[in-house]
Design a protein around this ligand. Structure first.
Ligand code: NAP
Length: 288
């Protein structure tokens, strides 16, 4: 995938127009993070929240093109639906089946998915630099899980075990990508045994997210001592799962790094410049 686009389109004012489409959108930290990044690099432009209802999505994508927006992020509930309004879909996004980033190259709209690659970059930088031959246990098989599991298959893992409340979703995902890595789909009843041999445990479910911060996605006594435990949730920054894991000597990794790095990849596609990741992270931290 070519991450650095040569030609950068800008709005009629000469400023780079960027935004995020979602419903709801008021809570999004993306505008504050990307505006800080534009400012840090001295790029004239603006990143705006775009509250788009499902019935308005097609029109919003047309307006995005005609107004000369350079790029957008796409969030809940539009990540799948938006694909049919784009001109091209990057191979990784097509496999994952969802788009979170649009790049406008002179009127040609391409959809990417930076969630998974952003997550893996963050996990490797912050918690586990080498994922090869590791047994990775993923709790959950929803949209976020698809993105990160697809990215994890490129890291030569020993085994990926996917455990989901709805077992059929875990099994289907494992079947779909069995040629990419050794993946198995399991029911919650099989979780204890799988977790016992995990090197890396990743929670992709929403269990433990604000306001249910006392919830934990598995009994804490199942967590092996000293492994890597990662949680995609970033509100709260340290979930109960991560607190308990830390007490057991585990290396813990929260969801903020994924959020920042999915944004960093998108920023790099739009601007052709390396994203100021630390400034983006500090800006998001300061906005809570
Ligand atoms: P999703 O598509 O709705 O999937 C939710 C997953 O959680 C499914 O596997 C679901 O299981 C499972 N689940 C939900 N409630 C559960 C419960 N009470 N017990 C057991 N399993 C439960 O959502 P998503 O988009 O993948 O998001 C999942 C989480 O990732 C959210 O907390 C979200 O905030 C976080 N996330 C973080 C970032 C980031 O940048 N850090 C980015 C994206 C998402 P079933 O299939 O059985 O329903």
């Amino acid at each position: 995938m070519d991450s650095m686009h040569q030609e950068v389109v800008v709005g009629s004012s000469g400023a780079m127009l960027l935004g995020v489409m979602g419903d709801p959108i008021r809570h999004s930290k993306s505008p504050v993070m990307h505006n800080a990044a534009l400012k840090a690099l001295g790029i004239p432009g603006s990143y705006v929240p775009l509250h788009i209802k499902p019935e308005g999505l097609e029109g919003a994508v047309q307006a995005f093109r005609s107004l000369g927006f350079r790029g957008a992020n796409v969030t809940i509930p539009h990540k799948v639906e938006v694909m049919k309004y784009l001109d091209m879909i990057d191979e990784g996004a097509a496999k994952v089946g969802a788009v979170n980033t649009i790049v406008n190259d002179n009127g040609v709209l391409t959809g990417f998915n930076t969630d998974g690659i952003g997550y893996v970059r963050s996990l490797k930088e912050e918690a586990c630099s080498d994922l090869s031959h590791k047994h990775i246990v993923v709790l959950g098989a929803g949209g976020a899980a698809r993105g990160i599991i697809h990215a994890l298959t490129h890291e030569k893992p020993g085994l990926i075990s996917v455990i989901n409340r709805t077992e059929s979703k875990a099994k289907k995902l494992a079947e779909e990508w069995c040629s990419l890595a050794d993946i198995r789909g399991l029911a919650e009843t099989e979780a204890k045994e799988a977790v016992a041999s995990a090197d890396v445990l990743i929670n992709t479910t929403s269990v433990g997210m604000h306001p249910y911060i006392e919830d934990i996605p598995l009994p804490e006594e199942w967590i092996p001592e000293g492994i890597v435990v990662s949680d995609l949730i970033y509100n709260p920054l340290t979930t109960k799962l991560l607190q308990r894991s830390e007490e057991k000597g585990c290396t813990v990794h929260g969801g903020l790094g994924m959020f920042v790095n999915q944004g960093a990849f998108a920023f790099e596609y739009w601007t052709g410049q390396a994203a100021p990741v630390e400034i983006m992270k500090q800006t998001v931290l300061g906005s809570f």
